[in-house]
Each structure stands twice: as C-alpha cells, then as structure tokens.
Design a protein around this ligand. Sequence first.
Ligand code: ZN
Length: 135
Amino acid sequence: MFYLESFHVKTTKEEILDITRNVGEIVSKSGAKNGLAVVYTPHTTASVIINENEKGLVEDIRETLAKIVPRSAGYKHDRIDNNAHSHIKAVIVGNSRVIPLFDKKLALGTWEHIFLTDFDPPRTRTVNVLIFGEL
Ligand code: ZN
C-alpha cells in the first residue's frame, strides 16, 4: 500500500522542531504494519534530520551549522533575496529521511527523534509523509 499525508509547521525563528509525534500519528493512520516512511519537506531552505532531542545538543547543531555557513560570505544569491546561507545549510543537511516501519511503529532508536529545521524563518513549512508498506 501507499499512503500520503502532509502537515504544516509555523516557524518564528531559525529553529529545529521535533516532529516525531506528527509523523508517528500519520504512520498509525496509514495502517501500515511493516515498510518505510519517507519524511520529505518540499522547500529549498528547510531540512529534515534525525537525532537526539536534548536542548543543548539541538542548540549545538544549530550553532555549528551557522559557523560552517556564515550569514554573510559574499554569496551571489544574496543579490536576489539575501538568504544564500539558508539554501546552503539545507543542501548540506538534506530535505528528507527514510525511516523503517516495524510492527506499525517508526523503528527509531531509543534516542532518535525526527526534526524539521527551518533556516529561513518565519515561514509555514509543509512536511510530506509518504508511507510504503504492507497492511
Ligand atoms: Zn533564496
């Protein structure tokens, strides 16, 4: 079977938001027993990551990305809309993740959570969850 559902997230600042519960609810609704969930955000300045939801670590990830890709570095795209750093961070991190489904649940590790990262707020971001599985 194939199941697709989307949800939207409003952001106010450059942030990393835990969306594990939203994705888990869609997995439950799909009825899939075993399979794969693709979590995909269709934006050029946002991404999807999986990691531990520890406040300090989430800040470390955000701050490290900001150091790797500084806001002003003479980017050509900044002549158009001044957000090249947001695009470059999204390229480095990636806008989708694939998660196995076992026994009607996301097969995440003990400390793993799914996050949407917004590098160019404020925005309303769409997250698509595509589920391929057996009922
Ligand atoms: Zn742009």
